[in-house]
Design a protein around this ligand. Structure first.
Ligand SMILES: [Zn+2]
Length: 308
């Protein structure tokens, strides 16, 4: 849905084979595509055992043609059990992310450097004559830079996701439709941050590592005290600290939001926050990380007690 996008010839393009022919598909470094026949390709990774190729998408990027394979698995993957140390993640525009354990993740610097470079090239494009060879060359250069920015960002998202799941048994994030969010006041910044992509990557990394993943309601996460549930009212953008007038709990606002998200996640699982707090040291920020590591060393995960 939405408006049709103007597509210039430098944009990424793709087409998909929803169904593949019967019989042999792969032969060494060749793949048999309908209509096209046997095509040579560079294999970046093997297809894991137990998986079947279901769909092939051919994508043209600035750096060449790519094959994206959709794999189908005929082995049942067991659902991840909700156990272990719970962690809430708050995504934001000031800090890229905050965890309920008190960690703050800065937005990556290299992206703004690359964006500045992009702006420069785009300005230069205006001076080039339409249809000229120089303009074509500059357009190619811009397309490659776009590609590099998106590759770099994705790579960073993967690294961050892997870092965030360390020592966690459960991950909770806000259920935000980032496309709608992006249309609001934060437009450009949000899109650059690529929150939607990051959440998808985080979900995948969790699945891969056997960490439980769930989205929770996003309402008022920055207006509630994670310690005593009191509504503390709307914070201004400049208010960087959460300080509860009712119980006195004070911490970074994004960390407080991440803790509210974590509490909601646990509540949604039907477990009492208080009981978890006793068993797993939820309340102390850096403290709980240390505790959960210790409990792992002593064998066995810090399994959460269910409220009964
Ligand atoms: Zn409070």
């Amino acid at each position: 849905m939405g408006f049709p996008r103007f597509k210039n010839k430098y944009r990424m393009r793709s087409f998909v084979y929803p169904q593949l022919g019967k019989g042999q598909l792969f032969k060494g470094n060749q793949i048999k595509l309908p209509q096209l026949g046997w095509m040579e390709y560079v294999k970046s990774r093997e297809i894991p055992d137990g998986f079947k190729v279901k769909q092939v998408r051919v994508v043209r990027k600035a750096s060449g043609y790519f094959l994206m394979l959709t794999l189908e698995c005929n082995v049942n993957v067991p659902d991840t059990v909700a156990s272990g140390h719970p962690r809430g993640i708050d995504l934001g525009l000031d800090k890229f992310a905050a965890t309920s354990d008190g960690e703050l993740v800065e937005r990556p610097r290299f992206l703004s450097t690359l964006h500045r470079k992009l702006k420069l090239l785009q300005r230069r494009l205006k001076k080039k004559q339409k249809g000229s060879n120089n303009r074509h060359k500059l357009n190619r250069k811009i397309a490659r830079l776009h590609q590099r920015i998106s590759d770099t960002r994705k790579d960073w998202h993967f690294k961050l996701a892997h870092k965030l799941v360390i020592d966690a048994g459960m991950m909770f994030v806000e259920d935000i439709d980032f496309r709608v969010w992006a249309k609001g006041m934060f437009c450009k910044h949000t899109l650059d941050a690529g929150f939607g992509q990051f959440v998808e990557i985080l979900k995948w990394v969790c699945w891969k590592r056997g960490v439980y993943f769930e989205k929770v309601s996003k309402d008022y996460t920055s207006q509630v005290c994670p310690q005593c549930d009191t509504h503390t009212g709307k914070k201004e953008l400049k208010d960087r600290i959460h300080s509860c007038p009712a119980c006195g709990y004070t911490t970074h606002r994004d960390v407080a939001a991440a803790q509210v998200i974590r509490n909601r996640g646990i509540n949604a699982l039907g477990r009492s926050v208080l009981e978890n707090a006793c068993g797993d040291g939820l309340t102390g920020a850096g403290d709980s990380l240390v505790k959960s590591r210790k409990s792992r060393k002593n064998g066995g995960e810090a399994r959460l007690k269910t409220a009964s």
